[in-house]
Write a protein that binds this ligand. Structure first.
Ligand SMILES: CCCCCCCCCCCCC[C@H](O)CC(=O)SCCNC(=O)CCNC(=O)[C@H](O)C(C)(C)COP(=O)(O)OP(=O)(O)OC[C@H]1O[C@@H](n2cnc3c(N)ncnc32)[C@H](O)[C@@H]1OP(=O)(O)O
Length: 725
């Protein structure tokens, strides 16, 4: 709703729709009614629009876009109505003015913002464009370059920047509403023509066409298959080429194209999925609604390798004082130097820099080799390398040294949390926190509860994720948890495809064309092939513990490809050695080129094992890699390792480079249609009966059999049939 009130000469219209004053049909109707009332009342000389509870508005109600009766074109005409008012209208922007919220403010004749307010047109991040005339008004107000930047990236800008750009007329540190009413009183009677943005010309840029061509090339480069940025660009370009009314018509056409695109649906699903996973629950009944987190006043990180360095940097950026511990002085000094380098770089990106982060202050960041300094910390994150014996030794030590309430976190990508917890006297306080590399950049934090982990421990880890500005996703304990467990069959298929006749660059290209930031072989070269090799040796799949006489391409009765092991035996660990699945310009180089040696090696390998080389098309590459990953996702859901498909999708978007405009693997499966995914898996599984990852999961079969229900209903079928799985 919007509340109308009349003070002296200034009528106040307050947008009201908690929690963010989203513009629903009801809000828009009330806004329109308020404007008409103010217009009709001769004692009203000016109007002020603000939002309830210190927030102007987060824009159109996103849920309305999928409702049968959409928000439609209702917002644009209301913005025009504001602008055409004969009485001055002032927007008082507090909190946020985003999307349609900012478009309402652009219709106003004056804008005044609180210094802490943020503004933006983030529609592009939802697969849309500003559809209430924002693409036409913003360039007229702040110029084409700044408007294009805001509209095609969707970034939120602080009030101080908005003032510099001319987006707002004034910023205030105190009461924005009072300041806006003062301004409204002051401008009564002044001519409104110059304040109506639709009447202004778009400011000229020298050589506009060349500028736009360059901007378009940049937008295309960054969009990676996502439609909205380019259509946002086209709408702004229309503002430079046509009168306002024609530009608005073009904006509406383009908005309609995006609204009905699958990408907008996927991106809006991703928006709500990210929020849904905050409401975590475990099969044991613990949940976000009843568990309270413990405060974390001081933390510790053990191990200053690649992961530890990123985690320390993340904690410092979150303003959490901490102790960073290494096993000896040599590693400590190496780690300290690397952390300082990262922190200096991060500080340069921030306003206030090193002073704000204060990382030279030992009270905030202390480096040590002395375990005793961990006595008082509230939370420890162990980030040593993936070795169960080592981790257990550390956790045993921690349970003796740390204070009773301290939370003990292990940064592991696959190891059993219960086994690690068994080395302590407080398994209820042990939890997995799987960071992704580089840990100070990647948004995902997979939070793994063990059999004994307490609800408080989960709530505290989730709170930590928020403090670190990460997306925490709570999952159960199994080998590889959710992310890596789904990744195993995907990578396995990629390698099998090489055995059968494909090439690393063909597989990578297919998956990068699908939208992945990086294909599996380039990724494996980047991460280092030796990491997986060590793990496979630990699992007895290769190396000296492999029983003599084991068939080369079979393990435990299943198909196995020794190709990655053979590459490691040839010293090909990826980028770090200058060769892996690709050839690099030097050890540590980053430019991958197909390697004739490898192609020859693959051909000899196929001859040795009597494999007939065949051409494998893009469709087969995509289906075998993606559907096997999705199939594992269904198995994970059936086992209760994750409480919904949204969890898997949020993990894949934020940790594994899954293209967000495809909504995550499970959402993607729902768009392909579960019967089709099932049929393809059945086909491939018949062709490769020794690959369990291709055998359709019982849950997928069930969902296909009951008629392919929408994703939000999937979990309800699980409770009805879990006993039969
Ligand atoms: C028939 C068709 C004809 C076509 C004709 C063409 C003309 C069509 C004209 C259409 C008009 C278009 C108008 C406009 O251009 C489009 C838009 O405005 S799209 C929306 C743009 N806004 C955003 O993207 C902002 C999204 N929100 C946020 O970024 C954040 O929520 C926040 C505002 C920064 C606040 O962040 P937090 O404090 O962290 O809080 P949460 O994120 O947890 O949010 C709290 C709660 O609110 C829900 N929510 C937030 N924003 C919206 C929203 N815009 N609509 C609905 N709900 C919203 C959020 O989901 C949380 O709830 P929960 O999910 O936890 O229940």
């Amino acid at each position: 709703m919007a509340q109308y009130a009349r003070g002296s000469a200034v009528a106040v219209i307050r947008l009201r729709n908690p929690p963010v004053n989203a513009l629903s049909r009801a809000v828009l109707q009330a806004l329109e009614d308020g404007l008409k009332k103010a217009d009709a009342d001769p004692s009203v000389k000016a109007v002020m629009i603000c939002g309830e509870n210190g927030k102007f508005s987060a824009g159109a109600d996103i849920r309305g876009f999928s409702a049968p009766k959409r928000l439609g074109g209702a917002l644009g005409p209301v913005v025009s109505l504001i602008e055409s008012s004969e009485k001055p209208v002032v927007a008082a922007i507090e909190g946020v003015a985003l999307g349609g919220g900012l478009e309402v403010a652009l219709g106003c004749h004056y804008r005044i913002a609180h210094v802490k307010a943020r503004m933006g047109l983030p529609e592009v991040t939802l697969g849309l464009l500003p559809g209430a005339e924002g693409t036409q008004r913003l360039p007229r107000l702040i110029g084409v370059p700044a408007a294009l930047d805001m509209i095609t990236t969707g970034k939120h800008i602080p009030a101080t920047e908005a003032l510099k750009l001319g987006l707002v007329d004034e910023i205030v540190e105190e009461n924005t509403i009072e300041a806006a009413i003062r301004l409204a009183n002051k401008v009564i009677g002044q001519p409104l023509g110059p304040r109506r943005l639709s009447l202004k010309p778009v400011p000229k840029v020298p050589n506009m066409e060349a500028f736009l061509d360059e901007a378009l090339a940049k937008v295309k480069r960054q969009a990676r298959g996502c439609l909205a940025p380019e259509l946002c660009f086209q709408a702004v370009r229309a503002a430079t080429q046509s009168p306002f009314a024609d530009g608005v018509r073009r904006e509406r056409e383009l908005f309609q194209v995006l609204l009905s695109s699958g990408q907008a649906q996927a991106l809006q699903y991703a928006f709500f999925a990210e929020r849904a996973v905050r409401r975590w629950a475990t099969p044991g009944g613990a949940s976000w609604s009843s568990a309270a987190p413990q405060p974390v006043r001081r933390a510790a990180v053990i191990g200053l390798g690649t992961m530890g360095r990123g985690i320390v940097t993340s904690l410092v950026k979150a303003n959490i004082p901490l102790v960073a511990l290494e096993q000896d002085l040599e590693n400590l000094n190496k780690g300290r130097k690397a952390v300082m380098f990262l922190l200096e770089r991060e500080a340069m990106k921030m306003e206030g820099g090193a002073q704000v982060l204060d990382f030279h202050n030992p009270a905030r960041l202390q480096f040590t080799v002395d375990f005793d300094l961990l006595r008082d910390v509230d939370l420890v994150i162990e980030a040593v390398f993936e070795n169960m014996a080592l981790k257990k030794e550390i956790f045993h030590k921690l349970s003796k040294i740390c204070k009773p309430g301290a939370l003990l976190c292990t940064n592991t990508s696959a190891l059993n949390i219960d086994e690690i917890a068994s080395a302590t006297n407080r398994p209820q306080q042990v939890i997995g926190t799987h960071f992704f590399s580089p840990a100070h950049v990647m948004r995902l934090l997979e939070i793994i509860y063990g059999r004994h982990t307490s609800p408080t421990a989960i709530a505290t880890a989730m709170q930590l994720a928020t403090a670190l500005k990460k997306v925490g996703v709570v999952v159960g304990n199994c080998f590889g948890f959710v992310g890596n467990r789904m990744m195993f069959p995907y990578v396995q298929q990629a390698v099998f495809l090489l055995e059968e006749g494909s090439r690393p660059d063909a597989v990578d290209q297919a998956l990068e064309d699908f939208g992945f930031k990086i294909g599996p072989f380039r990724m494996s070269d980047l991460a280092g092939l030796d990491v997986g090799w060590r793990s496979r040796k630990d699992q007895g799949l290769t190396g000296p513990s492999l029983p003599a006489g084991t068939p080369a391409r079979q393990r435990r009765g299943q198909r196995y490809s020794p190709l990655p092991d053979l590459l490691c035996e040839h010293g090909r660990f990826g980028q770090k050695t200058g060769k892996g699945w690709y050839l690099y310009e030097k050890a540590g180089g980053r430019t991958a080129t197909p390697d004739p040696w490898l192609l020859n090696f693959l051909s000899q390998y196929r001859d040795t094992h009597g494999i007939q080389t065949r051409f494998i098309d893009q469709e087969e590459i995509l289906e075998r890699c993606l559907f096997s990953l999705i199939n594992e996702g269904f198995a994970i859901l059936a086992e209760g390792i994750a409480s919904g498909p949204e969890h898997l999708d949020v993990i894949y978007i934020n940790g594994y480079g899954w293209p967000k405009h495809r909504g995550g693997p499970m959402f993607y499966a729902s768009t392909v249609g579960l019967p089709r995914v099932l049929a393809k898996l059945q086909k491939y599984s018949e062709a490769h009966p020794d690959v369990p990852g291709l055998q359709p999961s019982a849950f997928l079969k069930k969902l296909a059999a009951v008629g392919n229900p929408p994703l939000k209903e999937w979990m309800s079928y699980l409770s009805q049939q879990s006993s039969k799985l």
